[in-house]
Design a protein around this ligand. Structure first.
Ligand code: BEZ
Length: 316
């Protein structure tokens, strides 16, 4: 076949104006967020006939979440799956999902993440220079300590790793522990080296990242939801054609919803695996934490009226 004809056929087969976009996130490749991000990217490529190709950059390759947010705002990064840390640190409204024992279980958490308050917070992402696509979550929060823990008093003075965000840190301060903010990628070494005595985490991470190997106790506490925001850079969002935007929006929403629905199972599977290890797993509930839970609500109700509205949704 003539070379120019071959070239012509190749050009016809290529998508009209394929553009490569980048999605940043801090979770490692085996984490469900990363798996879902890969699946979203593949489906979007398909649905847009290759016009929108999203490269998933896990494990904080594009920097920590503060850095990812900055890059989204300038349009240097296009999409991200983020914890709520950067939002909650800028606006108390975004701290309400961290209310301890707000959700009974992952299903209840899913309901709240699809509720009215969640919808308003997603719409409000414009204030951060973002377009909100969907609320997701990781598993319910649990506690892993290097030493033995039997009662809440044993947490007194412990340096407990939290995500760098005010509402989580407030809870641990109220318990008399020393909250030590630390992003996920730094956690394994810090726990193994004794830089922290405990961590707030989920069963998925405890198993997948092997935190249990250096653990003395695992508290199956399920004390908080851990929300995730799927977002696009507002700047980049505007530059994508309306039809492709609609496809991207729909795919993110559907896949993130399916992921949220999977978390009950993910937590249960990883808890069962952890129970097979030598590390004692202790079930604890709201009462175990004493007055810290009520004190947290008193403090945070004064910070944002959205908390009382979310509590009302939770009570329905
Ligand atoms: C964490 O920092 O604990 C975390 C971040 C993203 C997903 C799950 C956990």
């Amino acid at each position: 076949m003539h070379r120019s004809l071959i070239l012509g056929l190749l050009l016809l087969a290529a998508p009209a104006s394929a553009e490569q976009y980048r999605l940043g996130l801090i979770t490692p490749p085996p984490h469900q967020w990363t798996i879902t991000a890969e699946s979203i990217a593949a489906q979007i490529k398909d649905a847009t006939d290759g016009r929108v190709e999203i490269l998933v950059m896990p494990s904080g390759q594009l920097g920590n979440e503060a850095r990812i947010l900055q890059q989204l705002q300038t349009g240097a990064i296009d999409f991200a799956l983020l914890t709520s840390a950067e939002f909650a640190n800028r606006s108390d409204d975004y701290g309400v999902f961290y209310a301890p024992y707000l959700a009974k279980d992952t299903q209840d958490a899913a309901r709240l993440l699809r509720g009215e308050v969640a919808g308003e917070l997603l719409d409000g992402m414009g204030d951060f220079g973002l377009h909100g696509l969907a609320w997701g979550m990781a598993g319910m929060r649990q506690v892993v300590t290097t030493g033995e823990v039997h009662e809440a008093a044993d947490l007194d003075g412990l340096r407990i790793r939290t995500v760098p965000l005010a509402p989580e840190m407030a809870f641990w301060s109220l318990l008399g522990a020393a909250p030590t903010p630390m992003p996920l990628p730094a956690l394994y070494d810090a726990f193994a080296n004794g830089q922290v005595d405990a961590m707030q985490i989920d069963h998925e991470g405890t198993w997948n990242s092997g935190y249990y190997k250096n653990a003395g106790t695992i508290l199956d506490s399920r004390h908080m939801i851990f929300p995730m925001a799927a977002v696009a850079s507002s700047r980049k969002w505007q530059s994508i054609g309306a039809d492709d935007r609609a496809s991207i929006n729909a795919i993110f929403k559907a896949q993130i919803a399916a992921m949220v629905d999977l978390y009950g199972e993910i937590d249960a599977i990883n808890l069962a695996r952890l129970r097979e290890t030598d590390v004692p797993v202790i079930e604890v509930g709201r009462d175990w934490f004493g007055t810290a839970v009520d004190d947290w609500y008193t403090e945070w109700r004064a910070k944002t009226p959205l908390l009382a509205r979310l509590e009302a949704e939770a009570a329905q």
